[in-house]
Design a binder for this molecule. Sequence first.
Ligand code: ADP
Length: 229
Amino acid sequence: MIEFRRVSKTYNGAVKADALNDVSLSIGEGEFVFIIGDSGAGKSTMIKLLMGEEKASSGSVLVDGINVGKLKNWQLPRYRRHFGVIFQDFRLLQNYTVYDNVAFAQRVVGASRKRIQKRVPKILADVGLETKQKSFPAQLSGGEQQRVALARAVVNGPQYLLADEPTGNLDPANSEEVMRLLESFNRSGTTVIVVTHDVAMVDQFRKRVVTMKEGQIVSDIREGGYDNA
Ligand code: ADP
């Protein structure tokens, strides 16, 4: 369960920026939620607060009862294992094969060699890339690269999958493919949060939609069309 409780965030740089203003939001176990809104609305700030990359100026962010803003730096790496994350620009290791990109995520958490050898091919098959294990990212299409990123994000079985503009660099067919995979990981129990500008995608996949504007939630519409905001 993810809870934003009256969260505000002001960045105190050369110019002060109010990124979030009194945001409250609950996302339950197993949900699939789109967060949409124009550039500057505060979407990335919400992701950064969730991941413990920034701290709220007031209010609290709770993940399974953990107050994220109170975690010490040394606690963050383990905390972040709750999340798999994918980005618009894939962020794959270019000098690693597809297999090693995914295996790397398992090595970081200390998985045994035996477990890695079993788990990596299985997850690559789940995203339809069993024949590409020895390829390098540059040899793949954008859609294939995003599927490698997705395999890497879920290989350790995170509770939450955060996708930050996952279809921003993809054509409609590949976007749909990636969304279908997010849906299928959601069906097997992962809570999925997709931050996007892609209104066509949001219309096509009928899920909960949280709309942000100027640091506030302006609507929160459930699959059935009921507005909670
Ligand atoms: P979105 O992801 O919806 O585009 P952001 O969360 O990135 O929105 O930004 C919300 C506001 O906070 C914007 O006004 C942006 O300029 C500002 N902002 C974001 N990150 C920083 C930062 N590191 N320092 C200063 N201002 C920032």
